[in-house]
Design a protein around this ligand. Structure first.
Ligand code: ADP
Ligand code: MG
Length: 956
């Protein structure tokens, strides 16, 4: 019981003490404010209007009254008495009747009639206190009343035979044991008897005079000498209770006392583990070890509470029991001491007296916390119905009424469970240590691994660096080599260029020497023939002379024979006509001698001549031999020359092919409305070689002469013709040559070539040459006058080779740039042919057509604006307009621009309005005015649209 200044009675704040250690002594402690107050009694009666303590934290001592049923004694003794009490349980009121005309009405927290069951009593009186104890608050349930009114029946009944008779002690312990965790919580009891101010341990009967110890700081009361038995289960409790009762009975017998004279006190120690996360979180009860482990982050807290179940000694005055003398008086005094002291304290507390005589008796010291302290307290007062005990009943009721005025301040007592905290922390430290060890090991392994990796990386880096450096060096070397090589190649290239020049010169030279050679060869053969003829003649003549010599010799022999015959005749006739004959013989001899002489001379002459002829013949043979050798050499030389020519021709034709390709790009680059050289020389692999080629051409030009080159255009040899026309076409690309070519008849030659030749290459290159010539304004007129447009148109109509068509289109496009020639160009079919080449579909051809039409339209537009020309455009027919309007937008940008430009110029001429509208050109004109990439073209389109009312009408 709280002392006068001991507690803030009726204060508004519940306190919660955290004690340290099991005994609550020493150590650090902390105080927390409990978030929720202890539960109020759950039964509706607990909320009766008697409650004056609506404050949640201040709990009034609750008092219930129980009327014992009449017993036999009552029936016998009170036969003619009526009951002195009248219960109004629904109103929780009790009327105490002094006599028939005087009665008092009292209100209680509960009023139980004689029929009230033990269960209802427990639930209304004790259960709220038990629940509060389970939540960590101290609690007291106490029975007060006259002996025989049923205190023990209410509190300590075991109910072995009839379970419905189980009293508050059994039921309370049943509830407590059912609510706690056997793993983490702890329930123990002490069972004591207070008799004559001596505390005896009913569970350890040897222990008598157990001292009451009060903690001066907390005011906590403890009985260090009493046995505290931890409960296993409810059966264990029943055994202990029975054991206690048996001891109580034995002690009373020994002391010759009655149980009604002693106070029985059951102390239930409840200790529950809770986890407290932090300051802001409430404590929650731990029900299992798992919960405890799960709550490893929490501070383990134990809630320690105490439930006192007190079965007081009878409250009747001793004298009434009839034994007031001797030792009984002493006993009565002591019995009274405790009860009187309790009554005084209750009075003082009820009256808010400044002094509460708590220390006067052991009972009041034991119940220090129950009345005016921190416990939740329920008091049940038991009364009998008999009027004979009116005054006892009345005093009991008054005791109850006063107790109802006492307000306790409940406090939660919780302690940090250092033992389990220590264990838990130790556990955690151990697990963390092993975890740390594991992590350290893993770290070390990882570190070693990383270091190994790092070393490897460094090695590979160094290696890479080395490789890189070597590579760099190699590359540098290679670079140097390459530079050298490039230099060398450049030199070689230059050499090749030089050689090329030389070769080209040599070609011409060789071609010329070839023709000379041919002539010489011809001469050689004639000479040879003459030589052999003369040799033959000489041989014939020698033969004839020899025959003649033989004849003469035969004649000579015949003559000698004849002379011999004659001599014989002469000898026979000597006698007869000696004289005559002598003279005749002389004459004949003379003649013979003369003849002989003549013959000899002639023979000598012939022999001389013969030897002369023979030597001449030898000479001729030698000459013939040397001539033959020379011829053979010449033939060999010729063959090598022919080979070389073939090679050169091949090179030239390859060059021509590349050149055509290049020519295309040249055309693209020079395909402005003004046009440019269509056919340009090309022998090397890059544009850089063009000047060299030009140099070669000009060298040929200088060395061979333009007239000779032009003459070659008429050569019978097609190859020669092709090469010649290529040279001319190349020359025609240069402004300075254009006039000369025309002057020296090149234009005529080219035109006739175009007309007569059936060869495609000739057509292509000639058209290119003409295109080049047509760049020159004065040449354009000449080309037109000489029927060039007609010839070009023919070629265009006959050919489908894109390169040829590109050349032709380029030539006509250049001619389109001369307004004076427009009419003739159209008449000669030039425009029709130009537009007709659209069929080719080749982008380069289309580009030239677009350029030509743009040239034409622009010049025409200018002539109209200057007043030189009038009327509908010459482009309106021949499909040009239609093509312009419907040409696909997929053409190259420059082609599109040319077409747009041409169309815009045509649109400026009002005479073309009808054609443009009917061809659907308005849409195109509007499109150009909005979408053309060129500002000037858009402006031109807008101008046409805005200035032509017919167009404006069409748009609307
Ligand atoms: P006390 O402890 O107050 O001296 P007891 O509990 O010993 O009184 O009761 C005296 C007698 O009355 C007992 O025999 C008990 O069984 C009986 N008794 C008391 N209260 C009741 C009750 N409510 N119903 C039936 N019997 C009762
Ligand atoms: Mg009793």
């Amino acid at each position: 019981m709280a002392s006068a200044g001991g507690g803030p009675r009726g204060s508004v704040r519940p306190e919660r003490h955290v004690q340290t250690g099991r005994g609550g002594n020493g150590g650090s402690s902390s105080t927390r404010t409990k978030s929720a107050p202890p539960k109020r009694p759950s039964s509706s009666s607990a909320k009766s209007s008697v409650d004056s303590d609506n404050a949640a934290d201040a709990i009034r001592v609750r008092v219930a009254v129980r009327l014992r049923p009449k017993n036999n004694e009552d029936f016998i003794e009170d036969g003619d008495f009526t009951s002195c009490v009248e219960l109004q349980p629904e109103a929780k009121k009790l009327r105490l009747k002094k006599n028939n005309w005087s009665s008092e009405l009292y209100k209680f927290d509960e009023v139980f009639t004689e029929g009230a069951s033990q269960r209802r009593i427990y639930e209304a009186v004790a259960k709220p206190v038990v629940e509060s104890v389970l939540e960590g608050y101290n609690g007291t349930v106490m029975a007060y009343g006259q002996t025989g009114t049923g205190k023990t029946y209410t509190m300590g009944r075991l109910g072995k035979d009839d379970p419905s008779e189980r009293g508050i002690m059994v039921r309370a312990l049943e509830d407590i044991l059912a609510s706690i965790s056997s793993l983490t919580d702890y329930v123990a009891i002490s069972y004591l008897q207070l008799y004559l101010e001596s505390l005896q341990d009913l569970l350890a009967p040897d222990k008598v005079n157990i001292p009451i110890v009060e903690d001066p700081k907390s005011g906590d009361v403890s009985l260090p000498g009493a046995a505290v038995v931890e409960l296993r289960d409810i059966d264990h409790f029943n055994e202990l209770l029975q054991f206690g009762e048996a001891n109580r009975y034995a002690a009373n017998t020994k002391l010759n006392t009655e149980s009604s004279r002693s106070h029985a006190i059951l102390v239930v120690h409840v200790q529950r583990s809770v986890k407290v996360k932090d300051e802001n979180e409430g404590a929650s009860v731990v029900s299992s070890m798992d919960d405890l482990l799960a709550a490893s982050n929490h501070v383990p807290i134990v809630l320690k509470s105490k439930l006192l179940i007190v079965d007081l000694a009878g409250s009747e005055r001793i004298d009434k029991s009839g034994s007031v003398e001797g030792p009984m008086l002493e006993e009565a005094k002591f019995i009274n001491l405790s009860l009187t002291s309790l009554g005084k304290c209750i009075n003082a507390l009820a009256e808010n007296s400044p002094y509460i005589p708590t220390r006067d008796s052991k009972l009041t010291r034991l119940l220090r916390d129950s009345f005016g302290g921190t416990a939740r307290t329920s008091l049940i007062i038991t009364i009998g119905p008999s009027a004979r005990y009116y005054s006892e009943t009345s005093s009991t009721i008054l005791f109850g009424q006063r107790a109802m005025k006492i307000v306790n301040t409940v406090k939660l007592k919780e302690e940090v469970d250092y033992e389990s905290l220590y264990k838990k922390l130790e556990c955690q430290v151990d697990s963390l240590t092993s975890e740390l060890e594991r992590i350290q090991k893993i770290r070390q392994d990882e570190k070693a691994k990383i270091e190994r990796k790092l070393r490897k990386q460094e090695e590979s880096l160094a290696e890479t660096k080395m490789t890189f450096t070597t590579k760099c060096e190699n590359l540098e070397k290679e670079n140097d080599c390459m530079t050298m090589e490039i230099k060398k190649l450049m030199e070689e290239l230059n050499d090749e260029r030089d050689q090329n020049k030389i070769l080209s010169g040599r070609i011409v030279e060789m071609e010329m020497s070839l023709s000379q050679n041919k002539q010489q060869q011809l001469e050689n053969s004639t000479y040879k023939k003459a030589l052999s003829d003369s040799t033959q003649m000489y041989e014939d003549r020698i033969k004839a002379l020899l025959e003649q010599v033989e004849k003469e010799q035969a004649r000579c022999a015949y003559l000698e024979l004849e002379m011999h015959g004659a001599r014989q005749v002469v000898a026979s006739n000597e006698n007869s006509s000696k004289m005559q004959e002598n003279s005749k013989v002389n004459e004949l001899q003379k003649e013979l001698r003369k003849l002989k002489e003549e013959s000899r001379n002639e023979i000598q002459h012939l022999e001389a001549k013969n030897s002369e002829l023979l030597s001449e013949k030898d000479l001729i043979y030698e000459e013939l031999k040397s001539m033959q050798e020379k011829v053979m050499q010449e033939a060999k030389h010729r063959r090598s020359l022919e080979d070389e020519i073939l090679k050169l021709k091949k090179v030239l034709s390859e060059n021509s092919a590349v050149q055509l390709e290049r020519g295309t790009s040249m055309l693209r680059t020079t395909s402005g409305v003004g046009g440019g050289a269509i056919y340009l020389p090309r022998t090397g692999k890059s544009r850089d070689t063009i000047p060299n080629q030009k140099d070669t051409i000009s060298k040929i030009f200088e060395e061979v002469g333009l007239s000779n080159i032009l003459a070659l255009l008429k050569s019978e040899d097609l190859d020669v013709q092709i090469h010649a026309v290529k040279v001319v076409a190349n020359l025609a690309a240069e402004d300075i040559n254009q006039e000369r070519i025309v002057e020296e008849g090149g234009l005529d030659a080219l035109l006739s070539l175009l007309e007569t030749s059936e060869n495609t290459t000739i057509h292509r290159v000639t058209a290119g040459a003409l295109a080049n010539l047509a760049m020159n304004g004065s040449n354009q007129g000449l080309i037109m006058n000489k029927g060039g447009a007609r010839l070009l148109a023919n070629v265009a109509n006959k050919n489908d080779d894109p390169q040829t068509l590109r050349m032709v289109a380029g030539a006509i496009a250049n001619l389109c740039g001369n307004e004076k020639l427009h009419v003739k160009l159209k008449e000669d079919g030039g425009i029709k042919a130009l537009v007709g080449m659209v069929r080719s579909g080749h982008a380069d051809v289309i580009a030239q057509i677009a350029r030509g039409i743009a040239n034409f339209a622009k010049c025409e537009s200018r002539a109209i604006s200057q007043g030189h020309r009038k009327g509908r455009s010459l482009l309106m027919d021949d499909g040009a307009l239609k093509w312009m309007v419907t040409s696909p937008t997929t053409f190259s940008a420059s082609t599109r621009r040319h077409i747009e430009l041409a169309f815009c110029h045509l649109s400026q001429n009002e005479e073309n309005t009808r054609d443009i509208i009917t061809s659907g050109g308005i849409k195109e004109l509007v499109r150009i005015s909005q979408e053309s990439t060129r500002d000037d073209i858009r402006i031109l389109a807008k101008k046409a649209l805005n200035s032509n009312p017919a167009f404006l009408r069409e748009i609307q």
